[in-house]
Design a protein around this ligand. Structure first.
Ligand SMILES: [Zn+2]
Length: 157
């Protein structure tokens, strides 16, 4: 599941791997691992009871593993959909505007979110960027799965 995320997001792969190496396994990864073992054991037990035979357990185990990865893919897809579709916007740079304080305004060809301070922002997938007056963009926040919004580029300094 994590490998899938990294493949889609190569820019963060190195940073993410570095963080995991430092902090060890996160809770969600431990839970996923335990769940994977349970899937395999479940498959083995099921196959032994229903299929029997010499290699019944092996097929059951493989089926359990496959089921785990399919569930992982489904979960990743749900999460992807979840955070691409979240209507809630993070706090503005000044820290006091929340989701409902932003207004969508048109600038030329495109729409930007404007907070009460008059600062322009734009959502780019998982990123929330500042839009400068001349139209250039400054990285601001990035959404990390299970963790929320983080200042972009902070972990690379
Ligand atoms: Zn603001």
């Amino acid at each position: 599941m994590l490998a899938i995320k990294n493949r889609k997001d190569p820019g963060n792969a190195a940073r993410g791997a570095q963080r995991w190496a430092v902090s060890g396994f996160t809770l969600i990864e431990v839970l996923a691992f335990v769940f994977m073992i349970l899937c395999v054991i479940g498959g083995v037990v099921f196959a032994q009871e229903r299929l029997g035979g010499r290699f019944g357990w092996l097929w059951g185990g493989l089926a359990g593993l496959a089921a785990f990865f399919l569930l992982g893919l489904a979960w990743a897809a749900i999460m992807d959909f979840g955070f691409k579709g979240i209507p809630r916007l993070p706090r503005c740079r000044d820290g006091c505007c929340r989701g409902e304080d932003y207004k969508l305004q048109q600038y030329g060809e495109e729409f930007n979110w404007v907070c009460r301070h008059g600062v322009r922002y734009k959502r780019r997938g998982r990123r929330f960027v500042l839009v400068n007056d001349n139209g250039t963009e400054t990285p601001y926040l990035i959404w990390r799965p299970f963790r929320g919004w983080f200042p972009e580029g902070l972990s690379s300094t």
